[in-house]
Ligand binder design. Structure first.
Ligand code: GLY
Length: 397
């Protein structure tokens, strides 16, 4: 079993996290959420103020910050390239501000060419979080065509013997056909591509991928493995590991959130009870876990060895909140509970502890990869994307 051994630097981060005076805040310390509409207005205003400081640069699409606090961007190939345009589209959708729309168009244009890239499973993140949001906000035919093209490209990574889309082409010495729980997040683009084209091939791939993942990724307690490796001759799952979690048998927090969100989406498009049940089981795992802090911002891994002296992952909280705020619509009996859980996250994220004021970020204290020692305890753009989405979803009845 692979176990992550922290470096001196990581131990220092963990000690700092433990020293934080607000670590493990009691329930009563989390203020009631202010009106999400007010928050979205405030975030739109903050973004408008940031835009003049953000020269358009296809090689510097916002991703995170450097240790000195300066912006760290990426080119369009990064799996995170769709999130900044996607935030702009969402804030435009909310505010109808033309400057936000122009910025969203300009930053999305940098990402468009990724629709051809057959070498990655992250096309949903790159293309659907940008052009899918453009489609939702404007019903623009070009935006639709871009994500349909990306869905065709992503479909080439599907292996019918395995019944899943291949995630990574890297780490060939470790895995032959790795599928990661994160890949559940790429299915929405496929389902939507069938909806807008009538071509059911995308739907069948997405549905089968969700079924295969359901069969192989989950443990008896409904937590999930991060990576499952498949034999492409027999289709059998041959190895179950982690890449970003604490250990192969641990529950990496963002992975649990990807699963919750991903199965909720699979239910949205298929109406199949197994997907709804899986989303609910994951929600129960996350939100009744004894290691979940009372402010509902999880540690980076539910089994991280030094809890409560471990870093939180705000991105996992934001993804889970957004997932819950959709899931509540499908399960009247749990709707109140899911809304309360999501609201507790949003209330926590609105506090000074988690708010960030470094352009163009809204939240701090996310974790990219502790084993990989990158983006540890920083603002990360995808946390902001799902935070904005959760606030928008909390406006719905
Ligand atoms: N999909 C990559 C991550 O969640 O870090």
């Amino acid at each position: 079993m692979k176990i992550f051994i922290p470096s001196i630097l990581t131990i220092l981060w963990m000690v700092c996290a433990a020293c934080s005076p607000t670590s493990g805040a009691a329930v009563g310390e989390v203020p009631l959420p202010s009106d999400p509409k007010d928050q979205l207005t405030e975030l739109s205003g903050r973004m408008l103020a940031y835009l003049p400081q953000m020269p358009l640069d296809s090689l510097a699409i916002p991703r995170t910050t450097e240790p000195d606090g300066t912006l760290k961007g990426s080119n369009s190939k990064s799996w995170t390239s769709g999130f900044f345009p996607g935030i702009l589209w969402q804030l435009y959708h909310f505010s109808q501000d033309k400057q936000l729309q122009q910025a969203a168009q300009a930053w999305s244009a940098f990402v468009e060419k990724e629709k051809w890239d057959k070498g990655t499973h992250d096309l949903g993140f790159k293309i659907y979080c940008s052009f899918g949001q453009a489609w939702k906000a404007t019903q623009d035919a070009h935006a639709r065509d871009v994500f349909v093209r990306a869905a065709r490209t992503l479909s080439t990574r599907y292996n019918p013997t395995v019944g899943a889309i291949r995630s990574w082409d890297h780490h060939e010495h470790l895995w032959k056909y790795p599928v990661i729980i994160d890949n559940m997040m790429n299915l929405e683009m496929l389902f939507e591509a069938t909806k807008v084209t009538g071509d059911s091939s995308f739907y069948h791939i997405a549905r089968q991928h969700a079924l295969t993942t359901l069969h192989n990724h989950f443990r008896a307690d409904n937590s999930s493995y991060h990576v499952v490796d498949y034999d492409t001759i027999t289709g059998a799952a041959v190895q179950k590991n982690t890449h970003q979690g604490y250990s192969d048998e641990s529950a990496w927090s963002r992975g649990q959130a990807w699963g919750l969100y991903g199965y909720t989406v699979a239910y949205r498009y298929t109406g199949e009870a197994v997907f709804l049940e899986q989303a609910q089981k994951i929600a129960t795992f996350i939100f009744t876990h004894p290691n979940l802090p009372t402010d509902f911002i999880p540690y980076w891994d539910f089994n991280a060895p030094r809890i409560p002296n471990e870093l939180r992952d705000v991105s996992a909280a934001a993804v889970a909140a957004s997932g819950l705020l959709e899931l509540r619509h499908y399960t009247p009996k749990n709707a109140t509970q899911y809304t309360e859980w999501a609201q507790r996250i949003l209330a926590s994220l609105a506090t000074d502890r988690y708010q960030c004021h470094t352009a163009p970020f809204f939240l701090q204290h996310s974790v990219g990869s502790i084993p990989g020692e990158f983006e540890v305890d920083t603002p990360i753009i995808y946390a902001d994307y799902y935070y904005v989405e959760a606030l928008l979803r909390s406006l719905e009845d």
